[in-house]
Write a protein that binds this ligand. Structure first.
Ligand code: NDP
Length: 242
């Protein structure tokens, strides 16, 4: 059985990734923080489509919670290993730097960047020993260009892209690939409150993207067809930054 752990799979982009990978035959470990009802909806949708999965809640910003949940799952399933990890869980707390409170900076760094360290470390050893693994992290256009009001989020996502490139060089010889996907504006709860009508005028394709359009790129990076791609960051942004 092939296993994919998708963080933040209860809603939005993570949910679409979970459904797409389940459709490709993966058993999905559905991570989320607190929204159990939404995570159960994701699981129900996977099962209704003929796939399989299970809930694995933990806070990706909490180093100990990540270790307990992931090593706990691994110890309970000694014959299996997680061969695809999608680091997707993320938050934004936008504010101009002048007004930004320490907690706004720290919580965004912890959830979007420290999570890479917290989660990835625990899936690496089995991937390396099986000489097969895929680590895919959801970055952002903001991590490539910087966006005003997002010094915290841009720093976290830029750091995630840099960490992706560094880890790709550490584990490439063991046939573990490490890549990032950088979405632009994608229709999820995260963009609630943004002025879509105005913002879409700045996008060459003249619309926000869908979670399924991000999931399709993640599924490709998880596939055997992407075996020779590592250390990359692929943009899915309607032409905003190419
Ligand atoms: P949503 O706000 O729709 O969903 C966020 C998901 O992350 C939820 O499943 C939530 O779980 C989970 N989550 C949040 N914090 C934690 C945590 N500490 N531990 C575990 N899970 C957590 O976000 P999107 O789907 O829009 O975003 C997904 C990723 O894509 C993020 O990394 C985001 O930064 C990135 N992105 C999104 C863009 C967009 O336009 N939407 C653009 C560029 C990047 P729960 O339901 O329990 O709260």
């Amino acid at each position: 059985m092939n296993i994919a752990l998708v963080t933040g799979a209860s809603r939005g982009i993570g949910r679409a990734i979970a459904l797409t990978l389940a459709g490709n035959g993966y058993h999905i470990l559905i991570n989320y923080q607190s929204n159990t009802a939404a995570a159960e909806d994701t699981l129900a949708a996977i099962c209704a489509a003929g796939g399989s999965g299970e809930l694995l809640p933990f806070d990706v910003s909490d180093t100990q919670a990540c270790e307990q949940a992931i090593t706990g799952w691994q110890n309970a399933h000694p014959d299996l290993y997680i061969d695809v990890l999608v680091n997707n869980a993320g938050i934004r707390r936008d504010e101009l730097l002048f007004w930004m409170k320490p907690d706004q900076f720290e919580s965004v760094l912890r959830t979007n960047l420290f999570s890479f360290y917290n989660v990835t470390r625990h899936v690496l050893t089995p991937m390396v020993s099986h000489k097969h693994g895929r680590i895919i992290s959801i970055a952002s256009l903001s991590g490539l260009t910087g966006l005003p009001g997002q010094c915290n989020y841009a720093a976290a996502k830029g750091g995630l892209i840099a960490a992706t490139k560094a880890l790709a060089k550490e584990v490439g010889k063991r046939r573990v690939t490490v890549n990032a996907v950088a979405p632009g504006f994608i229709l999820t709860e995260m963009v609630d409150g943004m002025n879509e009508a105005e913002l879409k005028k700045t996008i060459p394709l003249n619309r926000f993207g869908t979670a399924e359009e991000v999931a399709a790129v993640v599924a490709f990076l998880a596939s055997e067809g992407a075996a020779y791609i590592t250390g990359e960051c692929i943009s899915v942004n309607g032409g905003l930054y190419t």
